[in-house]
Structure formats: C-alpha cells, structure tokens
Design a protein around this ligand. Structure first.
Ligand SMILES: Cc1ncc(C[n+]2csc(CCOP(=O)(O)OP(=O)(O)O)c2C)c(N)n1
Ligand SMILES: [Mg+2]
Length: 800
C-alpha cells in the first residue's frame, strides 16, 4: 500500500489497515471453504490430504462481495444503519458465509461452528459437502432473503423488502451478467414506485467484474459513458468505483459510499421533513473490479484474475498437478492468516471489533428473518361480504368483484400497520378487483396527468406490466414479514413459473430451519380464465400453472378452485391467514351463477370437496364431479339434461374446491382418506369429471384411488379461439351435452340408449354450431340457462 493512497481519503490509516485485514480474512475463509477439509489455518504445509476431493463453489464474484460487506459494516457502525444485504450473484455464498462468521452471527445461529480452529475447520468442511450447506446464499445463510441461484431477481427483491420499511436500507449487488436477464433489466424501474417518505432505500451496486461464466458481459463492453447514461435513463444518479489496488480502492469506496449515503439521507430528509414530492434520482454504484480479485493471476500460463476463468474454482487440478497445490497454498498465505486469527484460531479481537454489534449485524437483522416481525393481518369478517343466495344459481355475480370488496376491507383495516399490498400486472381492475384500489390508490412516483385516476404516491395497490416485478416485489415484501396478494391473468402467470419454483424451494428449505420463522403465504388469484376469453382468444387460454405448481412439495402448495363468490371469500380468508404456503386461487371474473350460501360455502371449503346434496340422488349410478366455476355450471346443466332424458337415473354431484383433497393422505396433508373418498366416489360407480384445467392432472391426482378406473375426465385440451363461452366448452368436449352423453355411455344399464344419445348429442351440437356461426352468440337457452328449482333433490331451506 502506498503512503499516498493510505492517507488520501476518509479512512484513517489504522482503520484502512483493519478493514483491509478484515477483507483478507473474509477472502481467506472463502477460499478455505472451497478447497480445504483440514489444516484450516495453514499451520503446517498444505498436503493433498487437506484438500476436499470435490472442489465446488465460485470464487470469481466472492472477493468483490467481501469487499462490499466490510464497507457496509463500516457504514452501519458509523451511521447506525438498519441494513440488509441482497446478493444477486448468490453463487458468492462462501463470501457471505465467511462474513457472517467473522461478525459472529454464524456461530450464534450454528453454535458448532465455533470461533476457533475447530470451528473454522467445520466451516470449511460443511461447504458444498453432502448434508452440509449449499454453495449459494441460501436460506441457511444468516441474513439472506435471496439465494441468488437463479439470476435476475436481486433488485426486485430488494425493492420489495424496502416498501413500507422507512428505516431500512437494502444494499443490493447486481451481477453484470445477471443484469442481462429480463427481470433484472426491468427491475431498475422499481424506483418509480419507491416513496422516499414512507419506504426505505435501496442501494443498487452493479458488480461490473466484466465476465459471466464464459463470456464478457454486455455492460462491461460498452463505453462507460453509455453505461452511465443507461443508469441515468433509468432514473438513478450513477457513481463509479474502479480499480484493483486495495488501498486505493478502500479509500475510494469509503468516499463514494459516504457521498451516496449522504445523498440517501438528503433525499429522505427532503421528503420526510421538507415535504418534497418529486421523484428523486437515487444513487447507484457501478463497481468495476477484477473478477477473482486477489486470486491467482495466472494458472497454467493463462490469465485468471480479471477474466471469466476466475468464475468457479481457479485451481481445479490440485490432485493432478503439484504446482496447483503450491499455488493454492501461496494464494491462501497471501492473505496472511497468522495475522488474522490468533493461536486458537479465533478471529483477532482488534479486527472483529470493526463489525457492527448485535442486531445491527447483517446476519442478525430481523428483516431478513421476516417471520420474526410478522404481524397477523387484521381481518374483516368475510361473511359480511357474502352474496345472498335466493335460489340455487338464480343470480349472477362476478365472483372476483365480491373478492375485491373483501380485499378492500382487508386493506382498510391494515392501513395503520401498513403491511398489506396488492400486486398486479395492470389487471387489478380488469380482474374486477377494482374496489381494493378505492381510498388507497395505486402506487406511482412518476409523472401524473389530469387524465390519470387513482395514482398516488402513497398508493398500496402496485401495478406494473411485468409479472416478474409483481412476483419479485411480493416475495421481497413477504420475506421481510408482510402480507400480499397477486392477481394475474391465468395464461400469463406462466411468465413467473420459474420464480414460483424458486420461492417454493425457499419455503421448503426454511421449513427445516428452526431459526427461520414462518412468513405469510404467497397468494395468487388467477382470473381471466381459459373458458371466458371473449376479447382475446387462444393466446389467453392456458390453465397450466396449476400443473406447474402441482409438482412442488405437498407441504408448500395449495390449489383452490372455488365455484362461486361465497366459496371464493372463504378460500381467500383462509389463504390470507395462512403461513409458509404458495396458495393458488383460480376464480372467474365474469358474471356467473352463485350456488352456495355462505354457511354452506364455509363447510364445503373446510372439507375441500363434497356432495352437493341439493342436486344429488341417493345410491348414485353415476357421479358428476366438477372443479372450477365453468365446469361446475356445465356439470349442473348436464344433470338437468340427464334428468330430462333419463328421469330415473340416480345422479350425484360432487364439487371439488381444494384440488389437493383428491390426492391420498400419503401424498398431501389435505388428501382425503381413502374411506372418505370411496364414500364420495363409490367403487364401481362411473365418475364423469369436468375439470377447469388440463384433464390428465385429475388422473395424476387420483390414480391411487380405488375407483380410478371409473374416473373419466373432461378438461381443457388446448382447443381455443375467439369464440362464444359455450363454444369454448364444446371445442374441448366439456360442454353439458358431452358430459350428459358421457354419463349415459358409462352407466351399464343405459347401454340400449347410447346410440340414440349419440344421435341427440350430434344434433344438439350441430344446432349450436349453426346458431353461433350465424348469430355470433350462444343459443338463448344455453346462455340464459338456470338451474330449475324443480330439479332440487332436497327441499331444506337455504341456510343463510
Ligand atoms: C437465470 C440463470 N441463468 C443462468 C445461470 C447460470 N449462471 C450461474 S453464474 C452465471 C454467470 C453470472 O455472471 P454475473 O452475474 O456477472 O456474476 P459474477 O460475475 O459476479 O459471478 C450464470 C450464467 C443462472 N444461475 N441463472
Ligand atoms: Mg460478472
């Protein structure tokens, strides 16, 4: 370190030396995790016996992360900041593990990883070791809410964490490769939704180490001015930190961070005390440092530091090439471990001293263990929003509009505690949830025009045309201990399939980590469903997200298809109170018949599926099962047709709300016991099952059931276009005529009637086709069909 660089900046020479030593310690521990299983302090010459048999992990990004961590520590201490980290290149896991170890959080959470030689040895050994810890900034890592395994979501998570957390700073490292992903590229725009008066701050750091796994990054190979322009264009004030001389870099980093934090403080002060309502240009940092900084410069004659070759394990042939072992030892010794750890292997007190203390340590920040801070939502009584049923199916309501009123009630009750937000990709109103916006507005920090409606800097409904952002914000919000609701068009929720995967994985793992407290569930409402796409057609028809989620762990996923508004209310209330799940609710927004009173709805949702006695005969010869609002309508209409054609046929109607109840108890906690399933679907009795989604899913769920051979499913089979609602059903053979015909064909005693029934079916479908072609609408008797009171099988009065 040159004299000049040491004294040229805000750090005293002593502090600079200590911070540099701290950084060296973090780098040392990072390399140790990747390579060593013994000899943790290099107290004797390194031998092959000390080296792990499988060298796994990522070095390249790690020294940069370690550098940032030590600087953030200084800022936290000097300014008393409440700060969490989010690491986009989460493959730099060893660095964050090392830092949480050095600050003491790691040993407090995992006492066997002691602050001594044995502890370091265990720390090294467990990394990427079978049944040890993962290589990424995983749920196991103290202070993490973001694993960074699948790249692209760091910045959006950071913003989600910052909303409604006015005192929180979220330091977010974005990999320059990660920045090439679609979700990350759009996430910069989150600054148009962050209110400096009521939200916290996000500090984005673009980690411009120049490379990905095997290629340069785009942002590193455009002129610096163009990169700055890009960041300005996104609405940030970019700062740059560039170099590779540690001493110079420490001083410059300290100076630039001081300026940036002053900026953040000034922005917040202007908004909070000065009443400023202009959208600020928040600071962001472009950090241009070598990939694999401080690591081997050349390996086998090829440059490594500052290239993509540093991405994973720079010296990978330790067992084949003796010079690699020597180089590894030199590399590790270059950090001077004897200066960093005392004779017992404890991190030296004078170095440990500069870390923040207690809850201010990033590994111990409660925001990153959101369940610790979780306040239950104050819930209105959902019965008060119920639809009055005056006759089965006699009145049409838009079920999601009823839900919107309920969500408005939830929003209003939680305005003071500010822990509930609703997210949607420009579809909240379209999905008929508009009432939730009333009184609170939609978050918007960008320009407004007189024509705008309900945009507000303090809005609590968040709309942006990016499913990635909605999902990412919500995840960040939930992971820091709040609640939320995401509504989306059914077909386009697939855009975030992969993010849902990652969240499900996170939830699965956290269930096994005792110190991670349960967080609120991630609630989806899918509306604008496959069966009712009047405006849009085939591109908007895809119910496959259900199948996608079905693959996840049973203890994480719940899927509900409420057939009407009251069941939707009951399901939504349940989901908003639940913890640690992904809840998927599929419910239509179009006017549709309402079947169950609120008391019946609650009872029905509690069991998850059941016989609709009012439509059913005793001792059934056929079960008409249905799941989803349109299939329920068609199944009931089919029952009426059957009662006209075969008046003595004994029919049972079973409706399924909770899809998981179809599985055996061994597969899912909601699974119905076999005895109960056999009661509903008696062995030997044919079942005609009308399902909202792809039909094969029902087979998958029920294939172990005794009566599986008799279950015949109709569902969406990828036929669609812009056509009438009923024609959509006809195209996919889930229409009432088809279901009725299926029943006749499946009941053995009706064998003699099947030919006539086939004939009847083709005539009806013919008539339908001709009518829709000519009139552009469904036949009046189809469109205006109502469940006839004369069809009721029970005369008991409606319960409420
Ligand atoms: C969405 C996604 N695509 C691909 C990968 C595989 N992958 C892991 S690391 C990496 C390169 C990351 O580069 P960068 O973001 O620049 O990180 P750093 O240079 O800091 O390691 C890639 C492509 C991934 N993890 N996630
Ligand atoms: Mg990179």
């Amino acid at each position: 370190m040159s004299e000049e660089s040491v004294s040229n900046g805000p750090l005293s020479p002593e502090l600079l030396a200590t911070m540099d030593a701290y950084w060296r310690a973090a780098n040392y521990l990072s390399v140790g995790q990747i390579y060593l299983k013994d000899n943790p302090l290099l107290e004797r010459p390194l031998t092959l016996d000390d080296v792990k048999p499988r060298l796994l992990g990522h070095w390249g990004t790690t020294p940069g992360l370690n550098f940032l961590y030590v600087h953030w520590n200084r800022l936290i201490r000097e300014r008393g900041l409440d700060m969490i980290y989010i690491i986009g290149p989460g493959h730099g896991g060893p660095g964050i593990v090392a830092n949480t170890y050095l600050e003491g959080s790691y040993s407090e959470i995992y006492p066997h990883i002691e602050q001594n030689r044995d502890g370091i040895k265990r720390l090294f050994r467990q990394f990427s070791w079978p049944y040890g810890i993962p290589s990424h900034v995983a749920p196991e890592t103290p202070g993490s809410i973001h694993e960074g395994g699948e790249l692209g979501y760091s910045l959006v998570h950071a913003y989600g964490a910052a909303f409604d957390n006015p005192d929180l700073i979220v330091a977010c490292v974005v990999g320059d490769g990660e920045a090439e992903t679609g979700p990350l590229a759009t996430s910069w725009h989150s600054n148009k939704f962050l209110n400096p008066a009521t939200d916290g701050a996000v500090l984005p750091i673009l980690h411009l180490n120049g490379y990905k796994i095997a290629n340069p990054t785009i942002l590193a190979r455009i002129p610096h001015a163009e990169l700055e322009d890009l960041m300005c264009g996104y609405g940030y004030e970019p700062f740059t930190l560039e170099g590779d001389d540690p001493a110079v870099m420490h001083q410059q980093a300290a100076a630039v961070f001081d300026t940036m934090f002053d900026r953040i403080a000034a922005i917040q002060k202007a908004a909070r005390e000065g009443g400023s309502t202009t959208r600020p240009a928040w600071p962001m940092l472009i950090m241009r440092t070598p990939k694999g900084w401080t690591g081997p410069k050349f390996v086998d004659g090829k440059p490594v530091e500052g290239t993509w070759r540093a991405h994973q394990v720079p010296l990978s042939e330790i067992f084949e090439k003796p010079e690699h072992l020597r180089q590894l030892e030199e590399w590790m010794q270059s950090y001077r471990p004897a200066e960093l750890f005392d004779e017992k292997g404890k991190f030296r007190a004078e170095l440990a001293e500069i870390a923040p203390k207690g809850r201010l340590r990033m590994g111990m920040n409660a925001h990153a263990n959101g369940g610790l801070l979780l306040e239950p939502l104050k819930m209105p009584n959902f019965r008060e929003f119920a639809v009055k049923i005056e006759g089965r199916g006699h009145h049409d309501f838009e079920s999601t509009r009823i839900l919107g009123r309920f969500l408005h009630g939830v929003m209003q009750l939680n305005l003071t505690q500010k822990n509930f937000r609703v997210f949607g990709p420009d579809e909240t109103a379209s999905n008929r949830l508009g009432d939730v916006i009333t009184g609170t507005g939609k978050t918007w920090m960008a320009e407004t025009l007189p024509v705008d409606e309900e945009l507000s800097q303090t809005g609590r409904v968040m709309e942006v045309l990016s499913e990635h952002m909605c999902q990412g914000w919500l995840e960040g919000y939930l992971l820091t201990g709040r609640h939320g609701f995401f509504s989306c068009y059914e077909a386009f929720i697939h855009i975030i399939d992969s993010m849902a995967n990652q969240h499900a994985k996170w939830l699965k793992v956290t269930r096994q980590i005792p110190w991670r407290k349960p967080i609120a569930s991630l609630n989806y409402l899918l509306s604008s469903l496959v069966w009712r796409q009047d405006h849009n057609g085939f591109s908007h028809q895809d119910p496959g997200f259900i199948d996608h989620l079905m693959n996840k762990k049973a203890d994480v996923v719940r899927i509900y298809l409420p057939p009407d508004a009251n069941t939707l209310l009951s399901v939504a209330d349940h989901c908003l109170r639940s913890r640690n799940y992904i809840n998927l609710i599929v419910a239509g927004k179009q006017p549709a018949p309402q079947w169950l009173t609120i008391d019946e709805a609650i009872a029905h949702c509690t069991t998850g599926l059941g016989i609709w006695q009012w439509a059913s005969d005793n001792d059934p010869e056929v079960v008409m099962a249905c799941c989803g609002d349109v299939p329920t309508l068609e199944a009931l209409a089919a029952v009426c047709l059957l009662r006209q054609r075969v008046p003595d046929l004994r029919i049972r109607v079973v409706n399924v709300v909770d899809l998981m109840a179809l599985q055996p108890t061994s597969e899912h906690p909601h699974g119905l016991p076999d005895e109960d399933f056999d009661q509903l679907f008696p062995i030997g009795v044919p079942v005609v099952f009308a399902f909202h989604g792809y039909p094969w899913l029902i087979h998958r769920l029920t294939y172990r059931r005794h009566n599986h051979d008799n279950i015949h499913v109709r569902g969406y089979k990828e036929e669609g276009t812009t056509t009438t609602p009923f024609d959509m059903c006809v195209l996919n053979n889930i229409d009432r005529f088809q279901l009725a015909l299926d029943a006749i064909n499946r009941v053995p005693r009706l064998k003699s009637q099947t030919a006539a029934a086939e004939q009847w079916y083709s005539e009806e479908i013919q008539r339908h086709k001709l009518y829709v072609s000519e009139n552009g609408d469904d036949l009046p008797e189809i469109k205006n069909w109502r469940w006839p009171a004369t069809n009721a099988r029970t005369t008991a009065p409606l319960s409420s």
